[in-house]
Write a protein that binds this ligand. Structure first.
Ligand SMILES: C[S@@+](CC[C@H](N)C(=O)[O-])C[C@H]1O[C@@H](n2cnc3c(N)ncnc32)[C@H](O)[C@@H]1O
Length: 165
C-alpha cells in the first residue's frame, strides 16, 4: 500500500513506511525534493504531513507558501504536525547569559555566544549546519555540558567523537 504519511526535510530521521523528502537525501530511502516547489502529490491525498526543524530555515514568504502546499496535499481532517525551535526558551537562555556576562561571570560569554547562534544562525544560515556546527566542533570538553543540555543526542551527530558529558 502506498504510504499516506509524509515527512518533509527529514534529514537523517525518517521511517521506512513514510514518504520522506529532503533537499539532501541522507539515504536511498529518502527522495530528493526541494520544498520551495509544489509537493509531488495530488491534492487532498495524504493523511499526515510532518516536518521538524525545517520551517525556520525558510524566508517568511517561502515559509507561508510551504505551509499552503502542506495543507493542499492533506485530505480533509488530515494532520499537519510542525516542530520548530522554542523561541521562549532560547530567549530565556539569552537573557540569563547576558545578565551573567554583565555580572562578570567567567563562562557567561560562551553561553551568550551560543544563545546568539540558537537565535539567529538557524534562520540565516547559507550552508548545511551553519555556524552551529562550526561552533560545536570547536568546543573544549568543559563546554560540552551546556551544549548537551540544549542539543541532547544531536550533539553526537554533529561531533561524532565528542565525549559524553
Ligand atoms: C535542521 S534539519 C532537520 C532534520 C530533521 N527533520 C530533524 O528534525 O532532525 C533541516 C532539514 O531540512 C532540509 N531542508 C532545508 N531546506 C530544504 C529545502 N528547500 N527542500 C528540502 N529540504 C530542505 C535540510 O536538508 C535538512 O535535512
Amino acid at each position: 500500500m502506498t504510504s499516506r504519511y509524509l515527512n518533509l526535510g527529514c534529514g537523517e530521521r525518517f521511517h521506512p513506511e513514510w514518504v520522506n523528502l529532503d533537499l539532501r537525501p541522507a539515504s536511498p530511502g529518502v527522495q530528493h525534493w526541494d520544498l520551495r516547489k509544489d509537493l509531488p502529490f495530488p491534492d487532498a491525498s495524504l493523511d499526515v504531513v510532518y516536518h521538524s526543524h525545517v520551517l525556520e530555515h525558510f524566508s517568511q514568504p517561502d515559509g507561508l507558501r510551504f505551509l499552503g502546499r502542506c495543507r493542499k496535499v492533506l485530505r480533509p481532517g488530515g494532520l499537519l504536525r510542525v516542530v520548530v525551535p522554542d523561541l521562549e526558551r532560547i530567549v530565556e537562555l539569552y537573557r540569563q547569559a547576558l545578565s551573567d556576562a554583565l555580572n562578570g561571570q567567567p563562562d557567561a560569554h560562551f553561553a551568550y555566544d551560543w544563545a546568539m547562534i540558537e537565535m539567529y544562525d538557524q534562520t540565516v544560515r547559507e550552508f548545511s549546519g551553519g555556524e552551529m556546527v562550526r561552533f560545536v566542533r570547536e568546543l573544549s570538553p568543559s563546554q560540552h555540558s551546556l551544549i548537551r543540555s540544549r542539543l541532547g543526542g544531536e550533539l553526537d551527530r554533529m561531533v561524532p567523537s565528542n565525549p559524553q558529558s
